[in-house]
Design a protein around this ligand. Structure first.
Ligand code: ADP
Length: 428
């Protein structure tokens, strides 16, 4: 439970780090892009205002007379406001269109221009200047021009409100913010899913470790309890009966020792400290050795044990003799244990394609299809009520680890007519 909580915490931390880092980079990039885009937008607008002004002023300069309607149309189309003074006198147009705010803006623009640009009369009598102006928290583009005409000069002030442009920029900012927010949410989901997948094998591993420790403790508890109770009984009994108790204690101790060895071996495979020492060995000799080792047990159990080897002598094969003998012993021991008296167990060796195949086939109880995958799991026993001290459900998982270390595979299938056939395939 605690592990689960820690993993959940790690998952959230990783999610936030992943999504946070990515969104930070995204935000910086968006911010840079946005400022570049807005700078360009401002420049383009200002350039377009300058061009408009050049055209507008050229038209004014070219006309000797221009009507009130023409100026009003120009103002409406260009979305700007104009003030014209002829030799310092207001045009009729001004008095008709200006209100107090407009007049104040023109005055402010003129005084700002005079103070900022300190105009000097250029050699060319006509000139115009465009600049940015902020007046009462609003932004404007302003054009101030002096146009020389017959009989004097025209002083023109044009103001253009950039409110539309600011609205456009504000819209862009909101859009960017919304996109970034949506990206953050998507990233968060993705990172959560991704870290979940990343941590799944760790969680699985942790679960397996916990189950393994629980099962191991459970298996060790029984012989330990027997040893303890026999020890206390031994203390109270007559000296001539002590040997009986001591023999049983020794036998339980041996079971425990075997189990601990198995556990150690699996723990070595888990921590990748399990090593195999390969050398050239003849596989038929190995199978023959195993056959000879189990012949007495087969006889004792009333089971016929047979062996079939290829006709030609097998070439030496690069393997770990002790480990492969261990695998064969586990399979033969199982076959003899799960085959009733009167049954048979056949051992065989074949070379098939590029594989060396060891087969242990019995006509015993067999294994249901649904159980075939499970039997290779640690501490898994099909018949849990079958309480044999030599069977802890670790044999096949150890065999699988050894075969895997040889880059081979182990499989179980049904024997024709009933029973199980275990095949160990080692690549040649
Ligand atoms: P165990 O030490 O209990 O035999 P194994 O890992 O060797 O553990 O085997 C796991 C389970 O697979 C056994 O408990 C048994 O139910 C089943 N099994 C293994 N070999 C055979 C076989 N030859 N015939 C029938 N069942 C088998």
């Amino acid at each position: 439970m605690k592990n689960k909580l820690t993993l959940r915490k790690v998952r959230w931390k990783l999610t936030l780090i992943c999504a946070g880092t990515t969104i930070f980079i995204l935000l910086v990039m968006s911010f840079l892009l946005l400022s570049i885009s807005q700078k360009n937008l401002n420049n383009t607008h200002f350039l377009s205002f300058q061009n408009n002004m050049t055209a507008f002023l050229a038209t004014i300069e070219a006309q000797t007379v221009f009507s009130h309607k023409w100026l009003a149309d120009a103002e409406r189309v260009g979305k700007f406001q104009v003030q014209i003074k002829d030799n310092g006198n207001d045009f009729l147009f001004n008095s008709q269109t200006e209100n107090e705010t407009k007049t104040l803006l023109f005055e402010y623009a003129k005084s700002y221009y005079d103070s900022r640009y300190n105009p000097v009369l250029l050699p060319s009598p006509s000139y115009h200047t465009e600049f940015h102006l902020t007046y009462e928290k609003s932004s404007y583009y302003v054009c101030i021009a002096n146009l020389s005409r017959e009989g004097g000069t025209l002083e023109v002030i044009v103001t253009y409100s950039t409110a539309d442009l600011e609205r456009l920029i504000a819209g862009q900012r909101i859009l960017f913010l919304a996109i970034n927010l949506a990206a953050f949410l998507v990233l968060l989901l993705f990172a959560y899913y991704f870290t979940g997948r990343l941590l799944a094998p760790i969680a699985e591993n942790q679960k397996n470790q916990t189950n393994f420790v629980a099962a191991a403790s459970h298996e060790l508890r029984t012989p330990l309890a027997v040893i303890l109770s026999l020890t206390s009984a031994c203390k109270k009994t007559f000296p001539e009966e002590k040997n009986f108790y001591l023999d049983t204690i020794e036998s339980e101790g041996k079971h425990m020792s075997r189990l601990v060895n198995d556990l150690l071996m699996l723990s070595h495979t888990d921590s990748h400290t399990f090593s195999i020492e390969k050398a050239d060995w003849e596989p038929d000799t190995l199978l023959l050795n195993s056959f000879e080792a189990f012949e007495p047990m087969a006889k004792e159990n009333g089971i016929t044990l047979s062996i079939s080897l290829p006709d030609e002598v097998s070439a030496p094969y690069f393997l770990d003799r002790e480990r492969i003998l261990q695998v064969l012993a586990l399979l033969i021991h199982n076959a003899l244990s799960y085959t009733p008296s009167g049954g048979r167990v056949d051992l065989s060796l074949k070379v098939f394609h590029k594989f060396l195949l060891f087969q242990v086939s019995d006509n015993g109880t067999g294994i249901a299809d649904l159980e075939k995958e499970n039997i290779f799991k640690r501490f898994y026993r099909v018949d849990k009520s079958h309480n044999d001290k030599n069977h802890h459900g670790l044999g096949l998982s150890i065999a699988a680890e050894i075969v895997q270390a040889h880059h081979g595979s182990i499989q179980v299938s049904d024997t024709q007519g009933g029973g199980s056939t275990f095949t160990v395939a080692l690549p040649l």
